[in-house]
Design a protein around this ligand. Structure first.
Ligand code: ZN
Length: 387
């Protein structure tokens, strides 16, 4: 017997809540034994949702958005937490190819997006932070097979001092000459939030200088000043304001797709290192949809530790409010209050010291998910930011 409308709605609501939890667990890399069990049942529900999704008619605005992928080492022997296995990396690229993703150079994609041109559906940009040797030795040959462009954010002092596992200037020249984009990741890879404005500006300028010097020494070497990546993904509004003045796009390290609503100086990226790189997570992440959150540039993630409430304003609501779920530190946030297209999310505990985030998700059409992360940075009382 066919289901009636009301029944379908009830079913969908139950499924949406469950799927929100699945997403949360996957994004936090928390697939423990108990979670795996629940996760399995959620996957069954996800399949059911796919069948029903045609009935929800959610508008997901998935054109003109970009998923930025973040890697560090592509290596089996480097520290797990910052590494992706070469075989898995290959699987990621293979998935992009097989599913017709449009892999673009990061600066070109961002220019198109923020200068009002449309981006093709399923647009992706690939980035690497720090400038490790495994990019040259392992990732680059694989990327060449797929003919995919990519960007490397280089911390210049570790290259100058020839730290272990870093690319040298010769290797950087070689990939640059082959069309790879090189950009600024500060000079010493400092925690910018522990620095005074003068000092963080100096970090950025010194890396520019080091890269400029290589450009003058080698015709093969070039770099772009329109891109910047925050070490450890840490930033405050005073830092984003400086980069805006400097006319640079800046990439962070919280999850989410980039859309025209994103702050060009605090762009989310999906990390695929350590426990975050499984194929299951990869598919969810590259297929996720940006939430149309407005006025993102007004938010300062460096907060006073007494702040517990965070407000998001939406340009439109392309998802059901009942399917909107947020999570903090492994727990679902119960205190979510809507006021038309504005939502206030209140966490039950004080935000933790150092880096944390609130992840919010909602089902989109075709089994995809809207995703928005709110970064939270609280100065540690010890004065030392975690690595
Ligand atoms: Zn880094």
């Amino acid at each position: 017997m066919p289901l009636r409308g009301a029944n379908i709605n009830v079913l969908l609501n139950i499924k949406l809540i469950n799927n929100g939890q699945t997403i949360f667990m996957i994004f936090n890399g928390l697939l423990g034994r108990q979670e795996k069990k629940r996760h399995y049942s959620s996957l069954v529900m996800l399949s059911a949702l796919l069948i029903f999704s045609g009935l929800t008619k959610a508008k997901d605005d998935s054109d003109s958005q970009l998923s930025i992928l973040l890697y560090h080492h592509i290596d089996d022997s480097t520290p797990k937490i910052t590494s992706t296995a070469p075989a898995l990396f290959k699987q990621h690229l293979n998935y992009l190819k097989k599913n017709d993703f449009n892999v673009m150079p990061l600066n070109q994609a961002l220019d198109q997006l923020f200068k009002g041109k449309t981006l093709p559906a399923k647009s992706v940009a690939i980035t690497f932070d720090d400038g490790y040797e495994s990019i040259y030795k392992t990732a680059w040959p694989i990327l060449k097979e797929y003919n995919y462009p990519f960007t490397v954010f280089v911390a210049t002092e570790p290259v100058e001092k020839a730290y272990a596992l870093m690319m040298n200037w010769q290797q950087l020249s070689e990939i640059s000459n082959a069309g790879v984009t090189l950009a600024n990741h500060t000079h010493t890879h400092a925690h910018l939030l522990s620095l005074l404005p003068k000092q963080f500006i100096n970090e950025i300028n010194m890396a520019d200088k080091a890269l400029d010097k290589q450009s003058s020494l080698s015709k093969q070497f070039s770099h772009t000043k329109s891109l910047f990546a925050y070490p450890y993904g840490e930033y405050s509004k005073s830092i984003t304001d400086h980069l805006k003045q400097d006319n640079r796009y800046a990439v962070a390290q919280v999850s989410g797709a980039v859309s025209r609503y994103s702050n060009p100086q605090a762009l989310p990226r999906f990390s695929f290192s350590g426990n975050y790189g499984s194929m299951e997570q990869f598919k969810l992440k590259v297929n996720s949809v940006a939430m149309p959150v407005i006025q993102q540039a007004n938010y300062d993630p460096l907060i006073n530790p007494s702040v517990k409430s965070f407000t998001l304003k939406f340009d439109s609501l392309p998802f059901a409010k009942s399917g909107f779920n947020c999570f903090y530190q492994n727990e679902t946030i119960d205190n979510i209050e809507w006021d038309q297209s504005k939502v206030t999310i209140t966490i039950s505990q004080k935000p933790i010291e150092g880096r944390s985030r609130i992840n919010c998700t909602a089902p989109a059409s075709n089994g995809r998910f809207f995703w928005h992360s709110i970064p939270i940075f609280v100065k540690p009382s010890s004065g030392n930011w975690p690595e």
